[in-house]
Write a protein that binds this ligand. Structure first.
Ligand code: S3P
Length: 193
């Protein structure tokens, strides 16, 4: 079969990876987006918990952050090989070098922005499930972590503000972006007659 003339169409996105700070809504937005797209949703942390049979705080306590980060990297690479999937990474996953620069082709990375104050407010009573924020002044700690990570999260292809927006609306916005980018790039430009 001959291929149509014109510029090569950009391949459509085949997976989405959500990045952002703890409490930015990666799970809720990811689940809503997965429902819209009819794709499965996978979460890096839940995968680690399932494989080790331990909660994230237990993984930190029993094995330390270093092992956690190693597993996070391995599991991230595995999940990023799947097709037609929505992924929620852990808040620290984009910190290691190259994570958002070396994504497999067909991957849309989306940064859900949130302030340190709002993140801590949202995490609220489940604060103990986030070992890095289980400190006497979680807002100060969150500000410090966010300050170190913002430039890394900003490497994502798309950035959206998660404050004051319902997860369903954010999911719709991301889906629209996936389709509009694909359309623009896929339709060959027709010269004026
Ligand atoms: C972490 C974020 C957490 C979890 C772990 C470390 C981080 O995931 O991976 O507690 O370094 O920001 P969520 O972003 O899903 O809360």
């Amino acid at each position: 079969m001959s291929s149509p003339s014109g510029p090569p169409a950009q391949e459509p996105y085949r997976r989405v990876v959500l990045v952002g700070f703890m409490g930015s809504g990666k799970t809720q937005v990811g689940q809503a987006l997965a429902r819209r797209l009819g794709w499965p949703f996978r979460d890096f942390d839940r995968e680690i918990e399932g494989r080790l049979g331990l909660s994230i705080p237990e993984v930190f306590r029993q094995h330390g952050e270093e092992l956690f980060r190693e597993m996070e990297g391995q599991i991230g690479s595995e999940l990023l090989r799947q097709e037609q999937v929505v992924l929620a990474s852990g808040g620290g996953w984009p910190v290691a070098t190259g994570r958002l620069e070396d994504l497999p082709s067909g991957t849309l990375s989306v940064w859900l922005r949130v302030s340190a104050e709002e993140a801590v407010r949202r995490i609220g009573s489940e604060g103990s499930s986030r070992p890095l924020l289980a400190v006497s002044d979680p807002v100060a700690r969150a500000r410090e972590l966010l300050g170190n990570r913002t430039a890394l999260y900003a490497k994502a292809r798309l950035a959206v503000d998660s404050e004051g927006v319902m997860p369903e609306d954010l999911a719709r916005h991301i889906e629209d972006f996936m389709h509009s980018e694909g359309r623009e790039a896929a339709s060959p430009s027709i010269p004026d007659a």
